[in-house]
Each structure stands twice: as structure tokens, then as C-alpha cells.
Design a protein around this ligand. Structure first.
Ligand SMILES: *[C@@H]1O[C@H](CO)[C@@H](O)[C@H](O)[C@H]1NC(C)=O
Ligand SMILES: *[C@@H]1O[C@H](CO)[C@@H](O)[C@H](O)[C@H]1NC(C)=O
Ligand SMILES: *[C@@H]1O[C@H](CO)[C@@H](O)[C@H](O)[C@H]1NC(C)=O
Ligand SMILES: *[C@@H]1O[C@H](CO)[C@@H](O)[C@H](O)[C@H]1NC(C)=O
Ligand SMILES: *[C@@H]1O[C@H](CO)[C@@H](O)[C@H](O)[C@H]1NC(C)=O
Ligand SMILES: *[C@@H]1O[C@H](CO)[C@@H](O)[C@H](O)[C@H]1NC(C)=O
Ligand SMILES: *[C@@H]1O[C@H](CO)[C@@H](O)[C@H](O)[C@H]1NC(C)=O
Ligand SMILES: *[C@@H]1O[C@H](CO)[C@@H](O)[C@H](O)[C@H]1NC(C)=O
Ligand SMILES: *[C@@H]1O[C@H](CO)[C@@H](O)[C@H](O)[C@H]1NC(C)=O
Length: 783
């Protein structure tokens, strides 16, 4: 079969993508959603999955993406490297460029981060005078300097427009101040002939224990008349806001250049910043290659074209739908394509021809909805990520779980590279070779996760030895190799991971393995304690609970880590925790076995008590939209043949938690995990990663379609009787034929390119149809 390279694949697709769009998604995107209130989203300029994400940095404590939508936080610079929507420590935020307004004496310029920071202009409604659209960001500083930013994959282009009365416009490159002030091993050079500045350093990653190296190459579109390094002792800052100290730490260091003002008009200076993880030379060649002339408008246009190409693959009919809903859909889709990032050519670890992907932050968040969304409209990037992950496994022994600038990040749950690879493979098995994915290497990578115990399961692989020996992760293991925490969550996640491996085994015809991993997928049963009840609600019985090596149980209150937890605990990463749960309460986890819900219903005493429990969770705020294990909960009613309740819970969830305001996200976006989950809710779909099924409900649009550029097919979901209270799916037709279920669609429907017609009604009691329940491991259907 034709084997195409990574760049070859991009070229082929460019030919088959139709050039006429019904609706331009770029007109329906708000990049400021989630920029206050802990959403930590990145509103700056980037291409889809770009390494460089150039944007504003502020002194906000919530500056994880540099930016803060609240203008009372001041600007500290404009840097090239960011994440979007992360928790942990403040990531990246290097290297900062800063315009100095009007400083006539070089030595007297205010260069330290504390001295130079400045407020933004504020509009009449109190919001900052900032503008953002895909590929472009602009702000007006209170000293009347206008800043505009755009980017290619590895290079940023900044445009600074100084006011007429600015006699000595200057630009500063700050090498040391990353988001954590963690720099060491700094280099900084200025070429006196051109003003080119190069800088590099070592910095702390934001959710792990390793440090990364980064390199920058800064050029100007004009020659400075004055230049030099600045180096300022941090002594003045001692005891203020310093998080980390390293041995060479102690200075703020960078370069400062000055330009002649035009005298009669505003002075505009273009600054091009190439970035590399390899060397300053490579940073310079990246910049020269990607932005050879300093044509700001053409870089913006190219970036917009890339965004339009990818986002236009989803089209909606928006008639009768309010603009906020359209904007919520496309803004959410946009954030699905910010991370992970294509770092090909920038792997600091080893030389390989394979693509290299980074900003995997983290698989725990993204495996559930982000990658399944890529499967619908972006198979080439999906395949490329899978190739990159397999290449990492071949060099490090295990699939990556979280990755930042070539370093490993902490694992949150199971080994979630597995469902990502499985989701790709079960859907694209027959195209894997064409997309450059080796089925053998993919399978070997899955088996390594499943069978080999890594030296440190905090950062790669899983606690495979205990899992194989006990069939659960005991609360009191004495195994070495990682933190003995989140044991119950890990047990349930490992079971799901093994389920997805069994799906791949089956697809490959490895039937013994398929049976083996399907059996291990049922290990979640080992953590089910049918004797534990909800305090003050004795008829809500049966929970996942921590279990010791000797088979006896420990006890974790089902309310633990929920809003109703009397001890107000939180279940985040913490090496001393013994409660067993991560990012959610036992009551939520006990409602979420995505691959075997039929069995869970049985464990909970049947459909009625299962539904009663779901209702109880929603009515008492146990459902927690901010953390991933809750994301599928509204769709769990499907398995009880009550898809009408799903449609209602989905609408409650969206209207209560998500909107297009700056505070329109209830928590971190988690690198697009929230974005992709909201997208699915609005599209009336929910994915089951590692399977060929999508749960189906009613979309928010009379029609929504997905173009798959690999198959050159479009699948449209069209709703009849759309509007009003008609949110219940009464019947489904695919290409004119009655479909087997009202509650799920098979992958085949999307692969072939189909017209799916939904008959909507106001009858909330309609079910999934005869034999229409979605599959479960114990009742079959995952074929
Ligand atoms: C893709 O499909 C369209 C019709 O849906 C067709 O016009 C076009 O030629 C196809 N492109 C390729 C490359 O097959
Ligand atoms: C931002 O700067 C302005 C003055 O330019 C100052 O009044 C304000 O307090 C600063 N904000 C913070 C959060 O430091
Ligand atoms: C900039 O500096 C020049 C010379 O020192 C001064 O005349 C001018 O007023 C300053 N402009 C601003 C906006 O501060
Ligand atoms: C900044 O000011 C310019 C005029 O100088 C204006 O055109 C622009 O809309 C303002 N806002 C932004 C974000 O660029
Ligand atoms: C639940 O309690 C009963 C009666 O005490 C006991 O027989 C059974 O083994 C217990 N089950 C579990 C899972 O602990
Ligand atoms: C469980 O108890 C609650 C009150 O605590 C009651 O409203 C509900 O009907 C009971 N459910 C069943 C199935 O008995
Ligand atoms: C089982 O192990 C736990 C924790 O190590 C211990 O507290 C308990 O006494 C043990 N129970 C039995 C029956 O050995
Ligand atoms: C049992 O659970 C409690 C509460 O989470 C915890 O404090 C204790 O350390 C656990 N015991 C063991 C042996 O893990
Ligand atoms: C947007 O959602 C947030 C919660 O995520 C809420 O606090 C805020 O009030 C909502 N804003 C609007 C305009 O609905």
C-alpha cells in the first residue's frame, strides 16, 4: 500500500479538501472564553497544534497561559511558549519580548520584570483593550504602544507600534523570566552587525520533576542603533514572589536594543522570534525558513487558512440557533486543536524520522473526548500523534502520559496512551499503513504498558506487577516504583485501559489476547464493595472502595472529595494520600465504568436504582463538571434506556456551566479536554474511546456535519422537528433506512459518509428502541 510521509499526507489532503465553505468558523470564535476564573485558556496567536503559542504574560496568579482577562493584572511581556488550560505550576512563558516606550539613556531603562510591567488600556465596559482571533492577537498598552502577534509553527512575529512622541523606542528580550522564575544555565548573545539576539536556558517543567532546555533567536526588521546585554541582580527581589531557587539563579538577564524613532510618524518595529528545543542555530533556521521576510499580514493569512481548513470540516446549520451557541461550538472545537503540539524536528531526546508530539497535558484529560473528536474530522493529525507516541514508547519503553518540552509529566490515572492508540486503531486499522502507523509497533506499545512494570510509574507505564498479581491496586502495596496513591481510581482506569487493548487484540485477530484483556477489563469488579452505603441514605448501596493486599477493605466515605464532603478534602495529586481516589468522589467513580455499564446497573440493583442514583447525584451536586471522570455521567441514562434524561442533563450541564463569557469555563480547560467535551454535548454525541460506537442524543443544531478528509466523506446529522421542547430522539434513519438504535451510532456510519436523520419529539419517555441499548462488555456488542 502507498506509504506517505507526514508532509506528504498534508499535501494530499490539501487537494481533496473542498474550497467552498458554507459557514466560516473564524467568524464564530471567541478566544477569551475561560481567560478569568481559573480556565487558564490561551487566547494568543498559534497555528493548529503549533509549537509556538505567542501571547501576553501578566502578573496574575492565574497566569498559567500567561494571559488574564482581568485588566487589573499588568503586562510583563509577550512570550512564545505557552500551554492552554493547565493546572500544576505555571508552565513555560518564555521567552518574553517587551517594548520600552521612551527611555533615552540605555543604562537607565527599566528592564526588570517588576520595574517594567505596565497596565493595558481599558474599554468603556471595563474589559481590557485586547483582541484575539485565530492566528492573531493585539493589545493596546496604557502607554499607547500597540502590540500585535502572529505565528507559524515554530516562529512568532511581533509588531510593536510606538507613539509619535516616543523618541527612543526599545525592545527587550528577557531570557530568564519563565513562568516559574526557574532559569539556570543562561546564554545570551547579541550580534552587533544585525542586532540579532540569541538566548537559551534550562527551566523547570510545570507538572513533573524534570527541566527542559529552550532556545530562541530574535531578529528585527531594522538595525538597532544601540544594543547591549542587561544583567540585574535579583537581590532586590528577595523575599517577594520567588518560587524556585536554582544554583545559577540570582539574575535577570537579557538583551536590550534601541531604534531611531521616525520623528514624524509612529515607529513600527517587527520582531521575529524563532524557537527550538535543539539549539540556537536551529531556532534561527526555523525563523528564517518559516518567516523569511517580515510580512506580518501574510503570516496572519496563512495561519487563518490553516485554522479555516481544519475547523470548516465541521459545519452546522445555524438557522434558529442563537449566535452564542454557534460560538460556543466553534470556540470549543478551536481549543481541541491547540494541544497537543507538533514538535516534529524538535525532539531533544533522540534522532528519528517519526513525527514528534509534545504538550500531551495530560492523556488522563484528553483520551476521553479530545482524541475521539479528532477521529471524526482530523485523522491525519490523529495518526501523526499516534506515530509520535509510539516512537516515544520505542525509545523510553512506555507510552507517554504527560509531556512538556520533551520532559515527562506526572501520571494522573491509568496508562491512557492505551485508549488513545486503541481509538485510532479500531477506527483506522485499514488505513494505518497509509497513515504511516505500524500496527506491529502499536500493538507492542500497548502490551508494554499492560505487562511491563516501569521503574517509576509516577511518570510512565503503570503498576503492572500489582495489577497482574491482585487484579486491583492494593491500598497497602509495598511495591517500589511510584507513589502508593489513587489506588481505586487506577484500578478502574487500568481495567478500562485493558478493555481498549482487548479491542485492538480482537481487531488484529489475536484472539487469546482479546480474551485475556477482556477478562482483565472486568477487574473493576474486584474493587466493588456492595456493603458500603451512602451516609444518611442507606438505600444507596455499593461503591468502589480501597482494598488491602489481604483482601479486606479500607473505607473511604462516598462523599469524599465532593462538595458535600464533611472533611472538605480534594483528590488531587498528593503523595501521602491513602483515600484511593483521584479528581472525584467515590460516588461519581461508582457510576462510571464506561465499558461495562450493564454490569454496573446489575451491581446497583437494577435500572430503577441506577437511575435513582444518577438523579440523586445531580440533585445533590455530586456531578462535578470540572473533572474528567464526571464528563460521561449525563450520558449514563442511555444505558438505562432513558435517553430522554440524558438530553435533559446535557442541557442543564451546558446552561449551568458553559458559556461564551470570559468566565464561561468552570475550571481549567485541560488542554482542550473541556472544549472537546462541550463540543460533543452540543453535537448530540458522546464517544466511547477505543470502541467503534458513539452515544447519540439530540444536537443543538438542526444539522451538523463532519467532513473526513481521509475518506473524502461527509456525515450529516439532520434533525426533523427541531426546536422548542423537541429534544428527544424518537427515531433514527441512516441513509433513509430505519437504524437499529436511537441511542448510538456505529463508526461505519461516519466512515462511509452518511445522512443521519433524527426524528425529534417532546416525549421524554422514548427509549433506545428494541435491542437499541449501547454495548457493554458483559452483554456484548463491541464488534
Ligand atoms: C471527493 O468527493 C467529491 C464528491 O463528494 C468529489 O467531487 C471529489 O472529486 C473527491 N475528491 C477526491 C480526491 O477523491
Ligand atoms: C497595575 O499597574 C497599575 C499602574 O500602572 C497599578 O495601579 C495597579 O495596581 C497594578 N496592578 C497590580 C495588580 O499590581
Ligand atoms: C519621551 O522622551 C522625550 C525626551 O526625553 C520627551 O520629550 C517626551 O515627552 C517623552 N514622551 C513621552 C510620551 O513620555
Ligand atoms: C488599539 O488602538 C488602535 C488605534 O490606535 C485601534 O485601531 C485598535 O482597535 C485598538 N485595540 C486593539 C486591541 O488593537
Ligand atoms: C458484605 O457483608 C456480608 C454480611 O456481613 C458478608 O457476608 C459479605 O462478604 C460482605 N461483602 C463484602 C464485599 O465485603
Ligand atoms: C431511598 O430512600 C429515599 C429517602 O431516603 C427515598 O426517597 C427513595 O424512594 C428510596 N428509594 C428506594 C428505591 O427505596
Ligand atoms: C489486612 O491488612 C490491613 C492493612 O495492612 C490490616 O490492617 C488488617 O488487619 C489485615 N487484616 C487481616 C485479616 O489480615
Ligand atoms: C485507610 O483509609 C484511611 C482514610 O483514607 C487512611 O487514612 C489510612 O491510611 C488507610 N489505611 C491504610 C493502611 O492505607
Ligand atoms: C457563565 O458561566 C459561569 C460558570 O461557568 C457563570 O458563573 C457565569 O455567570 C456565566 N455567565 C453568563 C453570562 O451566563
Amino acid at each position: 500500500m502507498l506509504k506517505i510521509s507526514w508532509t506528504g499526507a498534508a499535501l494530499i489532503l490539501a487537494h481533496i479538501w473542498p474550497s467552498v465553505y458554507a459557514l466560516d468558523p473564524l467568524e464564530h470564535i471567541n478566544l477569551f472564553i475561560g481567560t478569568i476564573n481559573g480556565g487558564h485558556t490561551f487566547p494568543g496567536a498559534t497555528v493548529p497544534h503549533g509549537l509556538v503559542k505567542v501571547g501576553m504574560d501578566t502578573d496574575s496568579p492565574g497566569n498559567h497561559a500567561g494571559y488574564d482577562g482581568d485588566p487589573s493584572w499588568n503586562v510583563t511581556g509577550f512570550s512564545e511558549l505557552h500551554q492552554s488550560g493547565t493546572g500544576g505550576q505555571v508552565p513555560l512563558s518564555n521567552f518574553k519580548i517587551f517594548p520600552i516606550h521612551n527611555c533615552s539613556v540605555f543604562e537607565q531603562c527599566l528592564t526588570t520584570i517588576e520595574e517594567r510591567k505596565i497596565s493595558r488600556s481599558v474599554l468603556a465596559d471595563g474589559s481590557p483593550d485586547d483582541f484575539a482571533s485565530p492566528g492573531y492577537f493585539a493589545t493596546n498598552l496604557s502607554n499607547s504602544i500597540r502590540v500585535e502577534l502572529t505565528a507559524t509553527r515554530r516562529t512568532a512575529l511581533h509588531r510593536y507600534t510606538f507613539p509619535i512622541d516616543s523618541t527612543t523606542p526599545r525592545i527587550l528580550l528577557d531570557v530568564t523570566n519563565d513562568g516559574q522564575l526557574s532559569a539556570s544555565d543562561i546564554t545570551m548573545l547579541i550580534d552587533p552587525d544585525t542586532g540579532r539576539m540569541t538566548g537559551s536556558g534550562s527551566f523547570a517543567n510545570s507538572f513533573g520533576k524534570d527541566r527542559y532546555h529552550a532556545y530562541a533567536c530574535v531578529d528585527f526588521d531594522q538595525k538597532p542603533f544601540e544594543y547591549g546585554p542587561y544583567k540585574i541582580n535579583y537581590a532586590d527581589l528577595w523575599g517577594t514572589d520567588i518560587h524556585q531557587h536554582y544554583y545559577t539563579w540570582g539574575y535577570e538577564h537579557g538583551g536590550l536594543v534601541g531604534f531611531q524613532s521616525s520623528g514624524v510618524d509612529v515607529t513600527t518595529i517587527l520582531v521575529r522570534v524563532g524557537i527550538s528545543l535543539i539549539s540556537v542555530d536551529q531556532a534561527c533556521s526555523n525563523a528564517e525558513e518559516e518567516i523569511p521576510n517580515f510580512d506580518f499580514e501574510s503570516v496572519v493569512r496563512d495561519s487563518e487558512d490553516q485554522w479555516r481548513d481544519i475547523l470548516s470540516r465541521v459545519q452546522v446549520e445555524a438557522e434558529g440557533v442563537d449566535e452564542d451557541t454557534v460560538t460556543l461550538l466553534y470556540s470549543s472545537l478551536y481549543r481541541t486543536h491547540v494541544a497537543p503540539a507538533d514538535f516534529s524536528g524538535e525532539n531533544p531526546g533522540w534522532v528519528s524520522d517519526e513525527p514528534y508530539w509534545d504538550a500531551l497535558y495530560c492523556n488522563w484529560d484528553t483520551y476521553r473526548t479530545l482524541f475521539p473528536l479528532l477521529s471524526l474530522h482530523d485523522p491525519v493529525n490523529f495518526a501523526s500523534v499516534v506515530r509520535g507516541m509510539i516512537d516515544i514508547q520505542r525509545h523510553e519503553g512506555w507510552l507517554p502520559e504527560g509531556r512538556e518540552m520533551g520532559t515527562q509529566l506526572y501520571i494522573q490515572g491509568g496508562s491512557h496512551g492505551d485508549p488513545i492508540l486503541a481509538d485510532f486503531f479500531v477506527k483506522y486499522q485499514h488505513y494505518a499503513e497509509k497513515l504511516g502507523v505500524s500496527a506491529d509497533n502499536l500493538y507492542a506499545a500497548l502490551l508494554a504498558d499492560a505487562e511491563d512494570t516501569p521503574p517509576n510509574w509516577n511518570v510512565q507505564g503503570r503498576q503492572a506487577d500489582a495489577w497482574k498479581e491482585y487484579g486491583y491496586i492494593p491500598s497497602d502495596t509495598t511495591f517500589r516504583g511510584g507513589a502508593n496513591t489513587k489506588q481505586v481510581s487506577r484500578s478502574i482506569e487500568y481495567a478500562f485501559n485493558d478493555f481498549t487493548i482487548s479491542q485492538v487484540s480482537k481487531a488484529l485477530g489475536h484472539s487469546e489476547d482479546a480474551v485475556k484483556y477482556a477478562a482483565r477489563a472486568q477487574n473493576y469488579l474486584n474493587s466493588w464493595n456492595g456493603n458500603v452505603s451512602m451516609p444518611e441514605r442507606s438505600n444507596v448501596t455499593g461503591f468502589f472502595q480501597p482494598k488491602f493486599m489481604n483482601g479486606t477493605w479500607n473505607y473511604t466515605d462516598p462523599r469524599h472529595c465532593s462538595v458535600n464532603d464533611p472533611t472538605k478534602s480534594t483528590c488531587f495529586l498528593n503523595a501521602i494520600r491513602r483515600d484511593g481516589f483521584y479528581e472525584t468522589s467515590p460516588i461519581v467513580y461508582s457510576q462510571y465504568v464506561p465499558h461495562d455499564t450493564a454490569k454496573l446497573i446489575e451491581l446497583q440493583g437494577g435500572v430503577d436504582s441506577f437511575v435513582e442514583r444518577l438523579d440523586f447525584m445531580f440533585e445533590n451536586n455530586y456531578f462535578d463538571s470540572t473533572n474528567e471522570p464526571s464528563q460521561q455521567i449525563p450520558y449514563m441514562y442511555h444505558y438505562a434506556d432513558k435517553p430522554g434524561r440524558t438530553a435533559e442533563r446535557v442541557r442543564e450541564t451546558i446552561s449551568f456551566w458553559f458559556n461564551t463569557s470570559r468566565n464561561g469555563l468552570p475550571g481549567n480547560d485541560d488542554s482542550g479536554a473541556m472544549g472537546s467535551y462541550v463540543f460533543f454535548y452540543l453535537a448530540g454525541l458522546y464517544p466511547l474511546p477505543g470502541t467503534k460506537q458513539f452515544l447519540l442524543s439530540s444536537p443543538y443544531f438542526p444539522s451538523i456535519s463532519f467532513f473526513n478528509p481521509l475518506f473524502n466523506t461527509t456525515t450529516s446529522i439532520v434533525s426533523h422537528n427541531f426546536g422548542g421542547g423537541n429534544i428527544y430522539v424518537e427515531g433514527v434513519k441512516v441513509n433513509g433506512e430505519a437504524y437499529k438504535s436511537n441511542c448510538f451510532l456505529e463508526w461505519e456510519v461516519f466512515m462511509k459518509g452518511s445522512t443521519v436523520e433524527l426524528e425529534l419529539s417532546s416525549n421524554r419517555e422514548v427509549g433506545c428502541g428494541q435491542d437499541g441499548l449501547p454495548p457493554s462488555l458483559s452483554t456484548g456488542g463491541y464488534d
